[in-house]
Structures are given as C-alpha cells and as structure tokens.
Design a binder for this molecule. Structure first.
Ligand code: SF4
Length: 202
C-alpha cells in the first residue's frame, strides 16, 4: 500500500486545519475500501451495528482524533445525550484507570460510545484503531472474550487489508505529529475523554 502512504502525506502537507486533514483521510480510507470491496474480500467481515463485543478494549487514540470526536459530540448529541455521556466518562475513567487489557476484558466495561443497541454513537469519527479491528465471525469474538476471562486465548480471523490500511494511517499520522512538533503520543480513549470533558458543551 505504498501509494496510500504517499497519498496520506500529500493530504497531511496541505494548508488546512488538522481536523480537516484527518476527516479527509478517514473519508479516503472508507472510499478506498468500498472500491476494493471484492478484492479485499470485505464481504467476509462480520462486524456490524448490534454486535460490539470488542468495544471494551479502551483503544489507543491520538489527540487530533479526540478533538474531532468532541466536535462531533457538540454538533450531533443533544443536551441530554451530552450530560449522560459526561456521567459515563467519569464513571468509566475511574473504573478502568490503571487496568491492563486483560483486566478490562474481565470487567467487561463497555466503551462510553456503545449504545444500548450495541451501535457506535460516534461511528463517522470513531478512532482509527477501532476501524482496524475486524472479524469474520461475531460468534468467535463473543467466545474469545468469554475465554479471555478465564485466561484462555482464542484466535480470531480478521481482515488483514483493513488492518494494514488503518495501522498505516495511524502510524503515518503519528509520524506527521512528531515532525510538526505536535503532541504525538497516543492515550487510551477514556483517558483523553476525561482530559477533554470540559470541552463537551453543557
Ligand atoms: S468508539 Fe465506537 S467502535 Fe470504538 S470502541 Fe467505542 S463504541 Fe466501539
């Protein structure tokens, strides 16, 4: 996917705000996958709204992603939705703070953006690494999470094209932030949200 990295850089070098660049890159990836639907065997992917088994992982995110998510929340959530989200962020932050992935899986604390119907409430701006996770069997994901609670590991077959594309985007974006002397370290989604909670409008 060398040409893809070149394209990512051509967008990142552009003269516009970083959130516009990020959204342009996310749209490019969506489009790229749509155009290669057959070639990348995307029909085998079993991920969909209503599943959400993997949405307990507290994924690593970059600062521009969080700012993008906050903008989306302020434009798309109503007052009640934003208030309820802030409560969930506070609760989730204290519950999962300092836990590793295995401990979080055991706790099964779901992501603050997973709705009661197991859909992602920020789907158009969801983190890059959420996009990289796919599975050919939702049932296998369910079994794998259950097994992890007993310290067992079950393998999951994922789509490597999708994974490679989004890892490339994540790494290229991180490199760009470093080069621009911007904050380039990733943090867990819940940690960022707690830090940026005041930016969510009342
Ligand atoms: S942001 Fe969305 S896709 Fe990512 S873990 Fe949360 S609910 Fe799942």
């Amino acid at each position: 996917m060398d040409f893809t990295k070149e394209y990512f850089y051509s967008v990142l070098k552009g003269d516009c705000e970083i959130d516009i660049k990020l959204n342009a890159l996310l749209n490019f990836c969506d489009d790229f996958l749509r155009k290669n639907y057959e070639k990348f065997n995307l029909k085998e992917i079993d991920c969909r709204a209503g599943c959400g088994h993997c949405c307990i992982l507290n994924i690593a995110t970059l600062e521009p992603e969080i700012k993008n998510i906050i903008n989306y929340i302020n434009s798309n959530f109503d007052d009640t939705g934003r208030r309820s989200l802030k409560e969930k962020i506070k609760e989730s932050y204290f519950m999962v703070k300092g836990l590793d992935d295995e401990e979080r899986i055991f706790l099964r604390k779901k992501c603050v953006f997973l709705t009661d119907t197991f859909a992602c409430s920020i789907y158009p701006v969801r983190p890059i690494l959420c996009r990289s996770v796919t599975s050919t069997s939702a049932e296998r994901c369910r079994e794998s999470i259950a097994a992890a609670c007993f310290g067992e590991k079950l393998s999951i077959i994922s789509n490597l094209y999708v994974k490679e594309l989004y890892l490339l985007l994540f790494n290229t974006f991180t490199e760009y932030l470093e080069r621009e002397n911007l904050f380039s370290k990733s943090k867990k989604l819940t940690v960022w949200l707690k830090e940026y909670m005041e930016c969510i409008e009342d």
